[in-house]
Design a protein around this ligand. Structure first.
Ligand code: G1P
Ligand code: ZN
Length: 544
């Protein structure tokens, strides 16, 4: 088989965002587009000759075609072996697990996470390093600069690999191992959690759960773990078959996009526990009967209950949250006497803290929760953590959350997203806010006085690297916060995210609807930033 050198010219839009490169499928299908980016990844790396790469994706449209291109390029570039999930499938946390377990050089994950899939929707690709985590900014920037000067890429003329048969195949000098995408991950979960107690709960006849895989990648994982290994009733997993277009649905586990599951949790025969995961399996949503647990609260409750879970009972080294995530976890950390780190948005910023053993648990308000077991957020892991807590505490989800608020206080929280707005207006809004941070400090708006306003900058606690411009924070003297940032994962126009939070310790007000408790702050969030003037919008599109 002959190695081919293909001449090409750079594309100017291949800078990875919050989580890899995401574009419309049609963009990736353009001649050389994917190959340019893959070669840029390889060009930014050193020392991979003869080493092993893991490749898999969430099964979305173009997954298989992209895999064939990547396999031939990996062989032509001198990798020794590629491990591929059967059917081209590997959830993001499972890819991280496989990279770590087999100590591979790194991995390529094909996914646009929770973005819709299909010929007219989104595709994505990202590189993970040997720790199993998303490449740090240093590497993503190196990939970007390679993409700006690429002149050729290497590939190979060869027949396609059979992606659906487990076992070894050969591509030039490189071996390709098609692996079971589920078993390594499921084995790991069995090590972390008390499967006996969870099985006893699920087969007790008095407890039911429903897991919505949203026609995305977690279906096979949830079926194996919940239904096979833990004995949950058949049909516990809904929409369990990964579909290339996710059945036309938007695979984002939130109150808007998982509405059938949410509705079923309020019906007369509602299950005790409900959960969902996203396109590539790293996000999670946790529900009780007629009850929604915010991701920020979920992280705090997981940390507060870690002693009940065997894999974590030896104690937590520390915890971390992304800056816009609510401060609920900070309260738990203070009570436990452990460090709590505040990082910029995006999982890659947790990597160093996890590798250095400074934190055990971490999470983001965007339905991402995880631990040091892998280097990605992990949807099913969070669901199993909750199931383990429920199996030990034997209380309804809502009671566990209420007790948590009574003990620690509640950080009443909401996120308002303004989607698909004009990029110019969005940038202008951020710019004027940034310019006004100095003058905002000390200003009063009704009952709210600004203690500090800034553009969040983070210094990594391990390598001292600095990441600036990570979102405008307005911190009020009563502990309330408003945070503004632009999404780094969208593929159309801009999305403005506004995060609004206020601590509440008055027991009479703990149960109030956040949209009511936060009404004044929500109003302020739009007047302070002049959202209507810059975006033309009078209300958010998605409220979580
Ligand atoms: C969003 C979330 C962020 C998460 C990322 C990848 O990024 O806000 O927390 O890490 O997706 O799942 P954003 O679109 O806000 O840049
Ligand atoms: Zn995801």
């Amino acid at each position: 088989m002959e190695i081919q050198t293909i001449n090409t010219t750079p594309f100017d839009d291949q800078r990875p965002g919050t989580s890899g490169l995401r574009k419309k499928v049609k963009v990736f299908q353009a001649p050389h587009y994917l190959a340019n980016f893959v070669q840029s990844i390889f060009n930014a790396l050193e020392g991979y000759q003869g080493k092993t790469l893991v490749v898999g994706g969430d099964g979305r449209y173009y997954n298989r075609e992209a895999l064939q291109i990547i396999l031939k390029m990996a062989a032509a570039n001198g990798f020794g072996k590629v491990m591929v999930g059967c059917g081209g499938i590997l959830s993001t946390p499972a890819a991280s697990c496989v990279i770590r377990k087999y100590k591979t050089f790194g991995g390529i994950i094909l996914s646009a996470s929770h973005n819709p899939g299909g010929p007219d929707d989104d595709f994505g690709i990202k590189y993970n390093t040997c720790n199993g985590g998303p490449a740090p900014e240093k590497i993503t920037e190196a990939i970007y600069s390679q993409s700006r000067e690429i002149a050729e890429y290497l590939t190979m003329e060869a027949a396609d690999i059979d992606l659906d048969t487990i076992g070894m195949q050969q591509l030039g000098n490189m071996s390709v191992e098609i692996i079971d995408p589920v078993s390594d991950y499921a084995d790991m979960m069995e090590q972390l959690f008390d499967f006996d107690a969870m099985r006893a709960l699920l087969t007790s006849g008095t407890f039911t759960m429903r897991f919505d895989a949203m026609n995305a990648v977690t279906g096979p994982y949830a079926q194996e773990i919940l239904e096979k290994r833990l004995g949950a009733a058949a049909g516990t997993v809904l929409r369990g078959e990964p579909l290339a277009d996710f059945g036309g649905a938007h695979p984002d586990p939130n109150l808007v996009h998982a509405k059938e599951l949410v509705a079923s949790m309020s019906s007369n025969d509602a299950p005790d526990f409900g959960a969902a995961s996203d396109g590539d399996g790293d996000r999670n949503m946790i529900l009780g009967r007629d009850f929604y647990v915010t991701p920020s609260d979920s992280l705090a409750i997981i940390a507060a209950n870690a002693a009940h879970v065997s894999g974590y009972a030896q104690g937590l080294a520390g915890v971390a949250r992304s800056m816009p995530t609510s401060q609920a976890i900070d309260r738990v950390a203070a009570a436990l006497g452990i460090d709590c780190y505040e990082t910029p948005t995006g999982w890659k910023f947790f990597g160093n803290l996890l590798d250095a053993g400074k934190i055990t648990l971490c999470g983001e308000e965007s339905f991402g929760t995880g631990s040091n077991h892998v280097r990605e957020k992990d949807g099913l892991w969070a669901v199993l953590f909750w199931l383990n807590i429920l199996a030990v505490r034997k209380q309804p989800v809502a009671d566990i959350v209420h007790e948590h608020w009574q003990q620690y206080g509640r950080d009443v929280y909401t996120r308002h997203d303004y989607e698909g707005i004009a990029t110019e207006g969005a940038n202008a809004l951020m710019q004027q806010l940034r310019a006004r941070t100095g003058e905002l400090s000390g200003q009063s708006f009704g009952d709210y006085t600004v203690e500090l306003a800034d553009d969040f900058s983070y210094t990594d606690a391990v390598d001292n690297s600095v990441s600036s411009n990570q979102g405008i924070r307005i911190l009020f003297d009563n502990g309330a916060r408003i945070v503004y940032r632009l999404s780094g994962t969208g593929t159309e126009g801009a999305t403005l995210r506004v995060y609004i939070e206020q601590p509440e310790t008055n027991p009479d007000k703990l149960e109030q609807d956040p949209q009511v408790s936060l009404a004044e702050l929500i109003r302020l969030s739009s007047t302070i930033a002049e959202i209507e003037k810059f975006t033309g919008r009078t209300a958010a599109d998605v409220i979580t």
